[in-house]
Design a protein around this ligand. Structure first.
Ligand code: NAI
Length: 217
């Protein structure tokens, strides 16, 4: 069970540590200090030590962390000591791109079934996966014991999909639709919105002196 004392922001940093550690491991580095981890991740060494301390004592003072041990522990903490199955709802432009990327590159969390309600998309394939009718959602989620759902349908359909996924046993949602999903507090929702990210980045580009001459649409 996830530990509610560990802040979500710390959980989100763990995969970053894991990626760095796996790179080090591939380069035959067997021990790494929190200072070196800080240099490679951009987080402070204090932050890294604090995050890891939530889960117990991993390192040896003055020596550092064994990359093998820390990889194994982080994978276990994240639940990645086995492949995590996920379902994707929405086989449109975004959904297909996400599924292709996931199936080609990502072994830890694997999309195992894709749903859509468009008869023209049902039965088509993304790599080796068939797009299934959304009417099969409950049965497939329960049968495959899937706990993670990815929502890539239009906003108007997203809440219904979230509700159905959660009722079938999904505990964590990655939501790409531009709306705030209403789900029980114990369900973890991670929203991804490229438009919001770009709009907030625009703030930094608007601070360049001299560029103002072109604005005022
Ligand atoms: P799209 O129109 O290409 O794909 C949507 C898919 O959802 C279609 O295949 C459609 O048949 C399916 N669908 C619609 N209602 C459904 C239902 N009730 N049950 C099952 N399937 C259903 O749209 P696109 O571009 O792929 O975008 C999908 C979603 O992702 C939209 O909400 C869009 O706003 C959002 N989006 C978010 C981005 C982000 O950065 N967060 C970036 C791009 C899109």
């Amino acid at each position: 069970m996830p530990d509610s004392k560990v802040p979500n922001v710390a959980i989100k940093r763990l995969p970053v540590y894991l990626r760095v550690l796996e790179d080090l491991n591939k380069a035959d580095v067997s021990v790494v200090s929190s200072v070196e981890m800080a240099r490679r991740t951009g987080f402070s060494s204090e932050q890294i030590r604090k995050d890891l301390a939530y889960f117990g004592a991993f390192g040896t003072r003055g020596v550092g962390y064994s990359t093998d041990v820390l990889i194994e522990r982080l994978r276990r903490i994240l639940g990645l000591n086995r492949q995590v199955p996920a379902v994707l709802v929405g086989a449109g432009n975004l959904g297909r791109a996400l599924a292709r990327y996931n199936l080609e590159r990502h072994a830890d969390v694997r999309i195992v079934v894709i749903f859509d309600n468009d008869p023209l998309k049902i039965g088509t394939r993304v790599r080796d996966l068939d797009v299934k009718p959304v009417s099969d959602l409950e049965r497939e989620v329960v049968r495959r014991k899937v706990r993670m759902g990815i929502i890539a349908v239009p906003a108007a359909a997203a809440q219904e999909m979230a509700t159905r996924l959660v009722k079938s046993g999904v505990r964590a949602l990655l939501n790409f639709a531009p709306l705030n999903l209403r789900v029980d507090p114990e369900i973890y929702v991670q929203n991804i919105d490229l438009s919001i990210e770009l709009q907030s980045l625009a703030y930094y580009t608007s601070q360049v002196p001299g560029d103002r001459d072109f604005d005022d649409r």
